[in-house]
Ligand binder design. Structure first.
Ligand SMILES: Nc1ncnc2c1ncn2[C@@H]1O[C@H](COP(=O)(O)OP(=O)(O)OP(=O)(O)O)[C@@H](O)[C@H]1O
Ligand SMILES: [Mg+2]
Length: 375
C-alpha cells in the first residue's frame, strides 16, 4: 500500500503538485494519467525518492519513505521506464545479473532465477546472450519488467513503459502485464497518457490536471460517472463504447409494460395482448414483481378453454439477462437464442425491464447520433 498525505511539490516559487492525498491499495495496478506536465512523473518519482517532496508524507506499507535509507528504499521498489535503462554494452543476462549483484543475491541459484524471470515475462532464454540493441522494443521492455521483478519488490513503478512501442506489441504487453499481475500481485503504479491503456490495465485510475487530482476511481466509475467536465472531455464523450464490458443491461433496457399476474385468466391475458404492441406477456407476482414466466398469443390460442389462470400454461425463457450483465453478454445471448427480446431481472429476480431490438437500436442510434454531433 502506498499513501500520499498532503503532498506538495514546488520548483522555486512554482507549485506543481498541490496538496495531493491518495491511497494506492496493496496488490492493485493504479494508473496515473493526465496531460503533459500535470505532474505524473513527479508524483511517481517521489515514491522512490528520485524527486524530493516539498511537504507532506509518503508511506509505503506504513513506513515513511523519508525515514528510510534511499538506497534501501530503491532496492525494494522496481522501476520501469520508457527507455528501459538497460546497459547497452552488457548482455541481457549481465543486465539482469547486475540487479542480483546489487541485492547481494547468492551466486548459487542466479541462473535459475534469471531463467525463471525470462519465462515469467514470456522471453526465450536464447535471448539472454544478446545485447539490448539485438532485441525488439517490445522484448527490451519485457527485459525491463523482468529486471524490476527479479528481486521480488513489493512495489513497481512504471513511467510510460510502453509508449515507444508500436501499437500492436503495446496491446500484447498490456495483456501480459495484466496476466503477470494475476500471478505476482504487486502494487503497481503506472504512468500513462493513454486512456485506453489505463482503462485496460488498471484497477483504479488517478486522473490529474495541473498538479491536482481530478478523479481517483475505478475505470468503470470514471467512464460511467466522470466527476468533472475536464474528466469527461479527457475520456471523450463516447469512450465507453470502446469498453462495451462497462455497458450494462440496465443501460439498454426499457420498461416492461406487458405484465400479467399468475392468477389472471387466459381470457384476460388475450385481451391485454390485443391492446399492446407485443404478442407476449411477462407474468410476475402482483406485489413483488418477481418473475414467474412468459406467455404468448399462440400458447393461449392453443388452449381449449380460456377460463384457467395463466400460471397453468406460462413457460420459462431459455435465458434471461440480469441488470449487471454486459452488453457483450446480452448480444451473445440474443444471437444464440434468435429471440428479438430479452428479459432483464434485478438481484431479487424481479423484472427490471426488457431489452428489445428497438431498445438496442435506440441505444446504438443515440451513440452514433451523438458522435455525429461532435464531429
Ligand atoms: N527540475 C524541474 N525544474 C522545474 N520545473 C520542473 C522540473 N521538473 C518538472 N518540472 C515541472 O513540473 C511539472 C510536472 O512535471 P512532470 O514531469 O511531473 O509532468 P508529467 O505529467 O510527467 O508530464 P509528461 O506527460 O510530459 O511526462 C511540469 O510543469 C514541469 O515543467
Ligand atoms: Mg512524465
Amino acid at each position: 500500500m502506498i499513501q500520499f498525505k498532503n503532498i506538495k511539490k514546488r520548483y522555486g516559487k512554482k507549485e506543481v503538485l498541490h496538496d495531493i492525498t491518495l491511497t494506492i491499495p496493496k496488490g492493485e495496478i493504479v494508473s496515473i494519467i493526465g496531460g503533459s506536465g500535470c505532474g505524473k512523473t513527479t508524483l511517481l518519482k517521489m515514491i522512490n525518492r528520485l524527486i524530493p517532496i516539498s511537504s507532506g508524507q509518503i508511506l509505503v506499507n506504513g513506513d515513511d519513505v523519508y525515514k528510510m535509507n534511499p538506497v534501501e528504499l530503491r532496492r525494494k521498489i522496481g522501476y520501469v521506464i520508457q527507455q528501459t535503462g538497460l546497459f547497452p554494452h552488457l548482455t541481457i543476462r549481465k543486465n539482469l545479473d547486475l540487479v542480483l549483484d546489487l541485492h547481494k543475491f547468492p551466486q548459487e541459484g542466479r541462473t535459475e532465477k534469471i531463467n525463471e524471470m525470462m519465462d515469467l515475462v514470456g522471453l526465450h532464454r536464447d535471448l539472454l546472450d544478446r545485447y539490448p540493441v539485438e532485441l525488439s522494443g517490445g522484448q527490451q521492455q519485457r527485459v525491463g519488467v523482468a529486471r524490476a521483478l527479479i528481486v521480488d519488490p513489493e512495489v513497481i513503478l512504471m513511467d510510460e513503459p510502453f509508449s515507444a512501442i508500436d501499437p500492436i506489441t503495446r496491446v500484447t504487453l498490456q495483456d501480459e502485464l495484466r496476466s503477470l499481475q494475476e500471478n505476482v500481485k504487486k502494487t503497481i503504479v503506472f504512468v500513462t497518457h493513454d486512456m485506453d491503456e489505463a482503462i485496460k490495465i488498471s484497477d483504479r485510475i488517478c486522473l490529474m490536471r495541473e498538479g491536482y487530482v481530478e478523479q481517483y476511481d475505478t475505470p468503470e466509475q470514471i467512464l460511467r460517472n466522470p466527476a468533472t467536465p475536464y474528466v469527461e472531455s479527457f475520456i471523450g464523450k463516447n469512450r465507453i463504447w470502446n469498453s462495451p464490458e462497462f455497458i450494462k443491461a440496465e443501460d439498454i433496457m426499457v420498461e416492461a409494460n406487458n405484465l400479467a399476474y399468475p392468477s389472471d385468466s387466459l381470457l384476460r391475458c388475450m385481451k391485454k395482448i390485443k391492446d399492446i404492441p407485443q404478442d407476449y406477456l411477462i407474468v410476475v407476482d402482483r406485489f413483488t414483481h418477481n418473475f414467474r414466466g412468459l406467455v404468448n398469443a399462440r400458447m393461449i390460442r392453443e388452449q381449449d378453454s380460456l377460463q384457467g389462470p395463466v400460471s397453468d400454461i406460462m413457460a420459462q425463457p431459455k435465458a434471461v439477462a440480469h441488470i449487471g450483465d454486459s452488453l457483450i453478454d446480452v448480444l451473445n445471448t440474443i444471437k444464440t437464442l434468435h429471440r428479438p427480446h430479452m428479459l432483464v431481472l434485478d438481484e431479487n429476480e424481479c423484472v427490471a425491464g426488457v431489452i428489445t431490438q428497438s431498445s438496442l437500436f435506440a441505444t446504438f442510434g443515440s451513440h452514433y447520433l451523438d458522435e455525429a454531433e461532435v464531429v
